[in-house]
Ligand binder design. Sequence first.
Ligand code: AMP
Length: 588
Amino acid sequence: MEFSILADTFSKMETTRKRLELTQHLVELFEKTPQQVISKIVYLLQGKLRPDFEGIELGVAEKLAIRAISKSSGIPIKKIETEYRKGGDLGHAASVILEQKTQTTFLMEDITVERVYETLFKIAKIGGTRSQDMKMKYISSLLNDATPIEASFILKILLGTLRLGIAENTVMDGLAITFTGNKENRKILEHAYNVSSDLGKVAEVIASKGLEGIEAFQIELFNPIRPMLADRIRSEEEAVEKMGEKFAAEYKLDGERVQLHIEGQKVVLFSRSLENITSYYPDIIEKIPKSIQADKVILEAEIVAINENSGEFLPFQELMHRRRKYRIEKAISQYPITVNFFDVLYYNETSCLELGYEQRRKLLEKIVKENDFVKHVPMIIVTNKNEIEEFLENSINSGCEGLMLKMLDKPYQAGSRGSHWLKLKREYRNELGDSLDLVVIGAFFGKGRRTGRYGTLLLATYEDDQDTFTSICKVGTGFTDDDLDQLYQILSDKVTIKKNPRIDSNMEADVWFEPELVIEVVASEITLSPIHKAARDEIRKNTGLALRFPKFTGKIRIEKAAEDASTNEEVITLYKGQKKIAHDKNRM
Ligand code: AMP
């Protein structure tokens, strides 16, 4: 398939954010796509080469890309940098530069989607000492044969700046219309996506086997399932109101969520954002198989750091010590953990997702044998407010965050946040009633004690409709010296030359970051703001929302991807909730 067809679709998609128009472009593209390249097309549309959980990263730096453009065009690096600084992005700058060059070139070979994909794949896989040179050779060979428009998209994919704003659901709409003639069938595709986390695979199956193939789609071991999420509630009363007469209450442990795929001695661990985190926990890999009574199984658990002497749960932050590549053995003995199981999703070739919570819990208790390292998450069945209150108290006293409340007869809804699971946290230190998980997008250098580090961070919410990060506050309190050091270290790797186009902020930060790191903050209030961009125009025209007196809680949420951060929709709900409380208080 000619790459120009894809580049042409990309260009059209860049001019719109309207879902219907995007879907129409996708349908036209899919209609022209041969079956054997459809998965590649779907990955490339999302700026990827493979599903996220495979961890294949292109990792090409801007500098290297600039050198490659210079090599294939003969235009000096300085000139390319000047064009780049004028605006747009490097992909766009390259197309302007190459426009000048290709007017005099005649012997270009047509490039195909297959060739671009395979070359990008090679670039992603190269390691070792000469990798930079090799990468540059591959990039410039592609650019040599590419038209300016094609080159601009190849570079955007390489640099991770292709942002077409197409949500997974829109891709699925396009697939449903193209291959079944009916958009309603998206629901069936969604199920397949939720159990495989692999949109390319879903596309391949619908294109080659049709709806029947999708309906027969099975969970596969070592392919992560998209996790079920919980809605938040504020009080025991609200719990009883929403959950009915009888339901389960579990401790909400303050650790890292993990999905364990196990077959015999082989164990693979996926984080909440479906990253493969097996290498951080060699102790789990070694010890878990002995406690599992099943041939093949997918389980969910919370990994929690513990105090070895008292057995008490320690805060999530302690797990950060496991995030290292070297001397992991030392971290294992210094920072011991327990693995606390709360669900079973697949058991000996059969999906458990359709079973009710109670049945799944019984099966879990049968499969997982407890010992010092392996536990079942504490659970009781509750019927009233007092029982919830008492269990919540116990949970907080043993170092947990609160409770997870779960309906007894409901299935596991992969990939969705619903009302069948509710979370109840006790956080009265925080007048908002809940903390927010925000993305670090920029920083301002510190003064005095904080010289040489970032003194204040600029934070953003996630706007999922637009796939952007909208600024909501600056935060400079709540940081210990250790926090400042640690954040400086982590963030130094994320500094960008220019503000990432997904960042929506009017501020002039000293440095901008790739929007990747999520931290937790509390605040006293949400206020209207003429400066910040979060929920802009939603409550009042030309006005956004901001946090008042924000404070870092000490939690760096490494387990969360930027797209898992608090959304503007959630902030609007909190804003409205706070107004309602104020209103009710005034009436009393
Ligand atoms: P939050 O990150 O605040 O949205 O809360 C959801 C997270 O709570 C999950 O992703 C899990 O990491 C964690 N969690 C702790 N205990 C449980 C439990 N018993 N059931 C489900 N999730 C739990």
